[in-house]
Write a protein that binds this ligand. Structure first.
Ligand SMILES: Nc1ncnc2c1ncn2[C@@H]1O[C@H](COP(=O)(O)OP(=O)(O)OP(=O)(O)O)[C@@H](O)[C@H]1O
Length: 307
């Protein structure tokens, strides 16, 4: 469904645009229907830039992003199928208007000919789909609703379209713990209806909660990706191990991550290769295959040959 192929984004910075920042470098992954893929990385790793490129809000410098085989073309047809929900729900509402205006704007833009009564029925159904009570949220101003209610209304707005992919960028980071779980469970429910979700987060525990597959980003490049249980059950890259070790655990002392002693990308790494590396590397470009669909970038050990 959604495919990123060697996608790179270079920003020009500095007073006269004389300097550049490579926010994303050569990233490839896909999101299939009915699947949640979590995109995990620390601040500045390029997660939001990837989300914005998928949403057509930031142009790609090189590489390709396709949705069902067609390149991203920002416009009504594309946004019927691909929508984004972001971290701060309050910033998506105009405080002067009632919050349900977001639904009226969808009608104006996409369904102008749908009769008012039918539209009201659709809105109420979408609001119920996100487990809100229409009587409690419709007709209210943003300040009269909680962050969780506003966030769910934005998801309901997306559901009014013929949505195939939702880019959810840190959508739970401003919510309290119980509301966060509610929103995550909602995403888990939506994927059973065939919706693909790219779940962007810096929080490993949230990513692992609902994602079938995980992509770990560092400095704009993918260091490890694959089925979530393999990436986090058997992490092969030092960075993934460090991220995992940094997750606080109740009553457990912090421990250094287990060291990585061999690099799958380089058969002649310190502890030698495991024989699968060459075939895996050939199959996956610059990454080596550690297991079925589990790809790992160069571990950058002291004696790794330059990538
Ligand atoms: N418009 C821009 N112009 C110049 N540099 C940018 C621009 N947008 C992002 N960057 C840079 O690109 C890099 C990646 O930024 P991005 O916002 O994608 O990271 P992120 O992983 O989403 O971080 P966070 O979790 O803090 O939101 C950063 O170094 C950032 O400073």
């Amino acid at each position: 469904m959604l495919r990123l192929d060697n996608v790179t984004k270079v920003f020009r910075t500095g007073t006269f645009g004389g300097r550049t920042v490579t926010a994303v470098g050569g990233v490839s992954f896909d999101v299939r229907p009915g699947e949640v893929v979590s995109l995990i990385g620390e601040s500045g790793s390029g997660k939001s830039t990837i989300g914005r490129m998928i949403l057509g809000l930031t142009p790609v410098t090189s590489g390709f992003i396709t949705m069902d085989g067609a390149p991203v073309r920002p416009g009504k047809d594309y946004y019927r199928a691909v929508q984004g929900v972001f971290q701060d729900p309050f910033s998506c509402y105009n405080p002067v208007f009632k919050a349900d205006r977001v639904f009226a704007l969808v009608k104006e833009g996409y369904f102008p000919r749908v009769p008012a009564a039918e539209w009201e029925r659709r809105v109420e159904a979408a609001v119920r789909d996100v487990r809100l009570n229409p009587g409690e949220v419709l007709g209210k101003y943003p300040h009269q609703l909680s962050g969780g209610q506003l966030q769910r209304m934005l998801i309901a707005r997306a559901l009014l379209l013929d949505l195939k992919l939702l880019v959810a960028d840190e959508i739970t980071s401003m919510l309290d713990a119980s509301t966060r779980i509610d929103v995550l469970n909602l995403l888990a429910e939506l994927k059973t209806c065939g919706l693909g979700v790219l779940y962007v987060t810096h929080d490993l525990s949230l990513g692992t909660y609902l994602a079938e597959r995980t992509v770990v980003l560092r400095g704009g490049a993918v260091v490890e990706m694959g089925p979530t249980d393999l990436v986090f059950g058997d992490p092969r890259h030092p960075y993934t191990r460090a991220l995992l070790a940094a997750v606080p655990r109740l009553n457990a002392p912090w421990e250094d991550p287990a060291p990585v002693t061999s690099c799958l990308c380089h058969e002649s790494g310190p502890a030698g290769g495991d024989g699968r590396a060459a075939a895996g590397r050939a199959a996956a470009g610059r990454m080596a295959e550690a297991g079925p669909g589990h790809l790992v970038a160069c571990a950058r050990l002291a004696d790794c040959p330059p990538a």
